[in-house]
Design a binder for this molecule. Structure first.
Ligand code: PCG
Ligand code: ZN
Length: 305
């Protein structure tokens, strides 16, 4: 919590938006309380995503390109983006017809919920870090946070990435629409950036993610619901989960952001490529092990090969 406080201070938000330290503290404590004690989508994930956003803001020198309202939107969206996640994704919410799916008519039920919880916290005067803003400032920041948090729904991944690609060659920081798409891309990159971290940090996060995935698919099996294939313990393991995700989701997204900010290449592309090599090797080793195990179980078959 203290480190999050430092990020708000370091980016000059305290002075620019007249945020009282006690209110910031209260806000962050409420945020901390409203993350659940689950394997992946917990407060530590919130911290990692926010820290990545903070790092990206500095590395790309966004302070000189965007105003402090936009930066406040980005950091606060990162802090709030998974509030009260219960460890079951949107597919589950919709298939199980949960309260959230009913409330939000199957439209990004989780992301709508995370955002609603954020504004529930901000409705209380003692934890409203925006309480000294003008009406117009508050309106703009609320609109921005809603856009950013809703953009973390992965079913919108291709739409958002394609939009970013279409504006990239003529990207203009003075264009509001361009800035909004960039903000969505930045929160998406931060949200799925574990593999850009050192291997000894990234790998335990993958274990936590798979624990949450396997738990959901076990419950889906128990409840007779459609089983989410990438969460099924009978179908995915560590390397198979990562090679596809890195190749088809992470790299295509990260490469586009690095096209706009080439300085990011060494920070987000190189480590992700290294992780891809690592999991590709692990996948091959597991395959070899499987073949050996099959041969030792059926020695007669292997003799006839
Ligand atoms: N396989 C895999 N999926 C990830 C990884 N990081 C994030 N994700 C997925 O990307 C999603 C982003 O939104 P969610 O937080 O809902 O859930 C996340 C996971 O489903 C990762 O390292 N590996
Ligand atoms: Zn997240």
């Amino acid at each position: 919590m203290v480190l999050l406080q430092v990020m708000y201070t370091d980016l000059d938000f305290i002075a620019a938006f007249n945020i009282e330290p006690a209110v910031l503290h209260h806000f962050l404590f409420e945020v901390y309380r409203r993350y659940n004690n689950i394997p992946f989508h917990n407060f530590k994930h919130c911290f990692c995503v926010t820290q990545m956003m903070y790092g990206l803001i500095w590395l790309t020198d966004l302070k000189s390109k965007m105003d402090s309202e936009d930066l406040l939107i980005m950091l606060t969206s990162a802090v709030c983006h998974d509030l009260d996640h219960a460890g079951y994704n949107n597919a589950y919410q919709i298939n199980a017809r949960t309260e959230l799916a009913l409330r939000y008519n199957d439209i990004s039920p989780l992301e709508n919920h995370h955002c609603a919880i954020a504004f529930e916290i901000l409705e209380k005067t003692e934890s409203n870090i925006f309480r000294n803003l003008s009406m117009n400032q508050y309106k703009r920041i609320r609109e921005g946070i809603i856009k950013c948090i809703l953009a973390t729904d992965m079913t919108r991944h291709n739409d958002i990435l394609n939009k970013f690609k279409s504006i990239l060659t003529a990207f203009d920081f003075t264009n509001k629409e361009h800035r909004e798409v960039l903000m969505m891309i930045l929160i998406k990159v931060s949200d799925i950036s574990n593999e850009a971290r050192p291997m000894e940090v990234a790998e335990p996060w993958l274990d936590c993610l798979l624990q949450e995935f396997y738990n959901q698919s076990d419950v889906e099996k128990l409840e007779g619901l459609p089983v989410t294939p990438f969460m099924d313990r009978d179908k995915v393991n560590k390397p198979s989960s990562q090679t596809g995700f890195i190749r088809f989701v992470l790299l295509p997204l990260f490469i586009e952001l690095a096209n706009l900010f080439p300085c990011l290449e060494q920070h987000i592309i190189h480590p992700v490529r290294k992780a891809l090599d690592y999991y590709t090797e692990m996948e091959k080793a597991l395959e070899r092990e499987k073949v050996i195990r099959a041969q030792t179980q059926c020695p007669a078959d292997s003799l006839t090969d």
